[in-house]
Design a protein around this ligand. Structure first.
Ligand SMILES: [Zn+2]
Ligand SMILES: [Zn+2]
Length: 449
């Protein structure tokens, strides 16, 4: 996941204005004293978490190859007392901890890294390589999924330490292949919610790049990330000599016109207040300058937040492509829109309950953030009927973040080869925020809210 850069200003404004006045602590959960307890336990656990984080960081594994990573997490969770099932959804893990009658609360981490070279120069930087889609590549945890794994283990430990404060079942899942948008579905198809209890509430966190400092937590109410659909279009023309275009039907002309015209679906058909983007990352036609080719192929991505905007954009894109072909007197183009990862929508009641506790614990270091235009397959669990909350934690030193906001050196965001969270305060933020969020959900369900 990645924050879009323009959001930086909005986020800075949220925190700078201190727009949320301190709310009273949750009626039953004393967030401030719980935070203290969590932080004290974290302090004694941290040397182990630090070693785990740096080991996973130095030895990342890519989508569906995460066998060693999963084995490391399985060992940690068994040591804490969880019952662990391995190889769910190929390389995924399900870890359960039963503590009396009560709801099942799910906490998810990702396992996978990215096929890219890390250039941070950190002593624990990854130099590992793997084979990915037939080619050798470096691998790195440049999206912070290693931070999420360490926070996940730390949260499990904190919740077991605090087990007299809640009743129910913890369902900690470690999901493969988030970066390719396939891991959540792999776990669900492998019986995640049938072989194991279907959770009453779900949580996940993501490290938030350079947008806000460590110690800070950001969340959204409602839509949190985008629908991501793939687009394939083949314009079919009739090839010939570049000097005699009248004897051809030029697919390069069609593709060029389409790339420009389709943006009017965004600017004229869609409500300007609604988010929607169509971008083309690949356009292929022909082999040389003086031959008009037979066809042109475009690959693109469509991002939206809302289903009705999504449907309108799909319709507009199809209509524009067919119209461009009709204008050129060409056959109908091949159009294939593949519906990918859906938007993550945070549940209002789950957020409201967690918000009270997090606000009491984090004060003005908790802020509402705008949704991100990137996508995330945590939506699969939400769509399967698990009311959920997905939130973000800061990863960088507050002074560096302030300097970046004031025109200083920009901070590397997720997916940058220079992405380098500060481990201890970042993992501490993750553990504290996630533990409190889970406790808020147990409390909410216990009250029947
Ligand atoms: Zn990512
Ligand atoms: Zn990510």
């Amino acid at each position: 996941m990645q924050f879009a850069k323009p959001l930086l200003a909005a986020f800075a404004a949220t925190f700078a204005l201190g727009s949320m006045a301190a709310l009273p602590a949750h009626a039953d959960l004393d967030a401030a004293s719980l935070k203290q307890l969590i932080e004290t336990s974290f302090e004694s656990e941290y040397p182990k978490l630090d070693a785990l984080y740096k080991d996973i960081h130095a030895h990342p594994e890519i989508a569906f190859q995460e066998e060693k990573t999963a084995a490391k997490l399985a060992a940690e969770m068994r040591a804490i007392g969880f019952e662990v099932t391995e190889k769910v959804g190929r390389t995924g893990l399900v870890a359960l901890y039963k503590n009396g009658d009560g709801p099942t609360i799910m906490v998810r981490t990702e396992l996978d890294a990215l096929p890219m070279e890390e250039k941070t120069g950190l002593p624990y930087a990854s130099r590992d390589k793997t084979t990915w889609q037939g080619r050798e590549t470096f691998v790195s945890h440049s999206c912070g999924h290693d931070i999420h794994m360490a926070s996940w283990v730390g949260t499990a430990k904190a919740l077991v330490t605090l087990k007299d404060r809640w009743k129910g079942t913890l369902m900690f899942i470690a999901q493969p292949a988030e970066e390719v948008g396939a891991g959540a579905m792999a776990m669900l198809s492998d019986g995640l919610f049938t072989r194991f209890p279907k959770p009453d509430v779900g949580f996940a966190l993501h490290s938030g790049g350079g947008v806000f400092p460590f110690g800070h937590v950001g969340y959204t109410v409602g839509v949190r990330s985008s629908h991501a659909d793939g687009l394939f279009i083949r314009f079919k023309g009739r090839g010939g000599h570049g000097a005699s275009p009248q004897a051809t039907i030029d697919p390069v002309m069609m593709a060029s016109r389409f790339v420009v015209d389709v943006q009017s679906v965004i600017s004229r058909e869609k409500d300007p207040l609604e988010f929607g983007v169509v971008s083309f990352g690949s356009l292929h036609a022909g082999t040389t300058g003086n031959v008009i080719p037979d066809e042109a192929v475009l690959l693109g991505t469509i991002r939206t937040f809302k289903p009705d905007v999504r449907a309108k954009m799909h319709d507009g894109i199809r209509r524009t492509a067919k119209a461009v072909a009709a204008m050129a007197n060409a056959p109908e183009p091949d159009i294939n829109i593949t519906e990918g990862v859906k938007a993550v929508v945070n549940d209002a009641a789950v957020v409201a309950s967690a918000e009270k506790v997090l606000k009491a614990a984090f004060g003005d270091k908790l802020g509402v953030v705008p949704p991100v235009t990137a996508s995330e397959d945590f939506s699969e669990y939400v769509d399967s009927g698990v009311p959920s909350m997905f939130f973000n934690i800061g990863v960088y030193d507050p002074e560096r973040v302030a300097a970046a906001r004031n025109g200083g050196p920009p901070l590397p965001l997720n997916h940058s080869p220079l992405f380098a969270p500060v481990p201890k305060p970042t993992i501490q933020t993750g553990v504290t925020a996630m533990t409190l969020a889970v406790l808020s959900a147990f409390d909410q369900r216990a009250k029947g809210q």
